[in-house]
Ligand binder design. Structure first.
Ligand code: MRU
Length: 364
């Protein structure tokens, strides 16, 4: 997507053909900084500290991280340790493990002298495939938005609520939940997005508002607790969110707070859609309650980062010193609250049957 007229992806191979560059998402929206990942530890740190984040992007970042590891040491032992280390950085998004497994399966049969080159090619291919996947999700999801638009008075925008950032910054480009929004907007369908701020890390305020603004999509930032009220008053036509892991039965783990939005949507008859690529489906899990939920640092709840009037970026405390805080980073929305899953293969009911119909190769 474009920032100030220049096209960016979130991750790319640097000009030296060996190191990897990323947009540092911890600095947005206040600064656009590019960071270079020189080795596997840099990649692991970038994933852990959320310089790169969002399920599809950390899958690709992990694949590049493994390529960086194999460049230094392509032995079986080094590969196994790199995979173990990288997959431990964030436990909930299954794309991380998926990306590593894809690379491992492709390079393991090769001799050590061929592995790094093959891993770089795999990572680049995964990045390209992610863009195409998001493009297709965008088309399928935009059809849902178009259908709502035709039922509204001509020219009135379709009001879409989204949570966290499941945009191009969470992927390689385009985004999962934002794909349908960009596609609809670019096709001339009037849209307006309610952007949940998404405490504690404010991915909505910092990232979704940034990217929607850069693309010219009308949007309004809201406090996380405002969504239910807006739905009660008919101000939300559809919710579209992303996911970090979806079970084969359609339960959906996503950023903490998603479940409450799904409950409010259910109570108010607002359709609640989840957009996801195939790499986010955990075919080994039937029940969302078995998904490991990442518990992050309490400091993320106790502090806020923002820009002061003089332009400097500062971290401030928002609770009395010594306040205990808990920080579960994700929650699980049961399939019964999800109207449909928007995938690259089409829109399916959130159920084992719905997913099996779209992905027959995984049907039991
Ligand atoms: O903790 P984050 O910022 O990595 O969480 C991201 C989300 O919850 C997204 O909604 C999810 O990864 C889907 S991204 C297309």
């Amino acid at each position: 997507m474009n920032i100030n007229g220049r096209h960016y992806r979130t991750i790319w191979l640097a000009d030296d053909g060996a190191t990897v560059e990323i947009i540092d998402q911890t600095k947005l929206p206040h600064a656009l900084e590019i960071v270079r990942l020189r080795d596997v530890s840099d990649a692991a740190r970038a994933i852990k500290t959320m310089q790169v984040r969002g399920a599809p992007l950390i899958g690709v970042a992990a694949a590049y991280g493994l390529a960086l590891a194999l460049r230094a040491d392509a032995s079986d032992g080094a590969m196994a340790s790199a995979i173990e280390m990288l997959s431990a950085q964030r436990p909930t998004a299954v794309n991380l493990r998926w990306g590593l497994e894809e690379v491992r399966r492709a390079v393991a049969p090769l001799g050590p002298d061929q592995r790094a080159t093959a891993a770089y090619a795999m990572a680049a291919g995964m990045a390209d495939a992610d863009v195409e996947t998001c493009r297709r999700m965008g088309e399928h999801g935009a059809a849902l938005i178009q259908a709502i638009a035709t039922r509204k008075p001509k020219g009135t925008p379709v009001n879409i609520l989204t949570h966290c950032n499941a945009g191009w910054l969470a992927c390689v480009d385009i985004g999962t939940a934002t794909g349908p929004i960009y596609t609809a907007h670019d096709a001339g369908i009037p849209v307006h997005v309610w952007v949940d701020e998404t405490r504690p890390r404010n991915q909505g305020a910092a990232l979704t508002a940034f990217e929607l603004g850069a693309h010219g999509v009308p949007h309004t930032l809201i406090a996380d607790n405002a969504g239910g009220h807006l739905m009660q008053h008919g101000k939300v036509d559809i919710c579209i969110v992303g996911t970090d892991r979806t079970t084969r039965s359609g339960d959906v783990a996503n950023k903490i707070g998603t479940y409450l939005k799904a409950l409010a949507a259910h109570d108010n008859g607002v359709p609640f859609y989840v957009a996801l690529p195939h790499s986010t489906i955990d075919w080994g899990l039937d029940d969302g309650r078995a998904i490991e939920i990442e518990e992050r640092n309490a400091g993320e709840v106790l502090q806020m980062t923002g820009r002061l009037a003089d332009g400097t970026v500062a971290v401030v405390e928002i609770a009395p010193p010594g306040t205990p805080a808990a920080n579960p980073a994700f929650d699980v929305t049961p399939a019964r609250l999800v109207t449909g899953l928007i995938t690259e293969r089409g829109v399916a009911p959130a159920s084992a049957e719905g997913l099996a119909a779209l992905y027959p190769e995984h049907a039991r």
